[in-house]
Design a protein around this ligand. Structure first.
Ligand code: FAD
Length: 255
């Protein structure tokens, strides 16, 4: 039986199948680890879609709050058994490396789209009797945007390639997502600026891009927490974030 709630579930309420990760306890109340369960919308009793979050962007994809009220889970629903204390969660995090490369790829697509709009517009728009791309300030802007895009592409392709035989490498996936998500925000913002007042209007896709792209430093692991992931991989150390985490680690090392 499962009880609890989960916020910000992408596709919640629309997807039929829900894969739910939850703590598993045996009949005596001993913690067995984190397991993965399948539940089916409108069929599994106790699975309730509570509300849709009003997001600033990416409005084509719903984000739902889901409640589990005495949700009955037969043994056949357990698709990922709890494996030891933290293994189930670790498996989930490994699978997340694909999601991170995927999210970075969407951010990359948005930044490329914004850049292409800016490239065309700066040729078309004339001020002081010249296309605005004849001003060096604008040229350097376009050059910087293209550099950010090229670097993001390299990181995304490298991370994706690392997952050829399984899931992408944890550090590469995190590096790619951090860089791409942060620079996509920057490039969209710069493109919007190059459109002047038109960029601030809702007539152009840029305002939507600016709202959509803002998500990617947050969902799927924030840019800050992913920096912890990168550092942990580089230093080959666990970097506990809880107050007592370091003392527990030290005590374990002393054993
Ligand atoms: C559009 C969207 C879709 C999402 N889809 C899903 C989904 O399908 N499934 C799902 O499970 N979740 C989903 N999420 C949730 C998302 O994973 C979380 O929002 C994200 O991990 C951040 O958690 P939080 O919102 O609780 O922020 P918090 O953890 O409260 O963070 C607040 C701030 O503190 C910073 N911070 C927190 N801890 C640290 C630390 N140790 N070091 C440095 N800085 C820190 C964060 O970086 C952030 O800036 C989605 C979110 C969004 C916006």
């Amino acid at each position: 039986m499962l009880n609890g709630k989960k916020h910000w579930i992408t596709g919640g309420g629309v997807s039929r199948l829900h894969l739910i990760f939850a703590k598993v306890f045996d009949e005596d109340g001993n913690f067995e680890g984190v397991g993965g369960f399948l539940a089916i919308r409108d069929e599994t009793e106790g699975l309730e879609i509570v509300k849709r979050e009003p997001t600033m962007g990416l409005r084509g994809i719903p984000e739902a709050e889901i409640e589990f009220n005495d949700m009955q889970l037969p043994p056949s629903a357990l698709v990922m058994p709890p494996r030891g204390l933290k293994k189930g969660f670790a498996d989930l995090m490994t699978a997340y490396n694909s999601q991170r490369v995927g999210a970075g790829t969407v951010a990359l697509g948005i930044m490329e789209g914004a850049y292409e709009l800016a490239l065309d517009w700066t040729e078309e728009r004339e001020q002081f009797g010249r296309p605005i791309n004849e001003f060096q300030g604008v040229q350097w802007n376009l050059a910087d945007m293209s550099i950010r895009i090229a670097a993001a592409q390299a990181l995304i392709y490298k991370a994706a390639e690392s997952g050829r035989d399984g899931f992408p490498d944890m550090v590469m996936a995190a590096q790619a997502k951090i860089y791409t998500s942060e620079n996509a925000i920057q490039v969209v913002n710069e493109a919007l600026q190059l459109f002047g007042a038109r960029g601030y209007s809702r007539n152009l896709p840029l305002e939507r891009m600016a709202r959509d792209v803002r998500m990617f430093t947050i969902g799927g692991g924030t840019a800050e927490v992913l920096r912890n992931v990168v550092a942990s991989g580089l230093l080959q150390k666990k970097l506990p974030q809880t107050r007592d985490g370091y003392s527990k680690l030290a005590a374990k090392a002393a054993e």
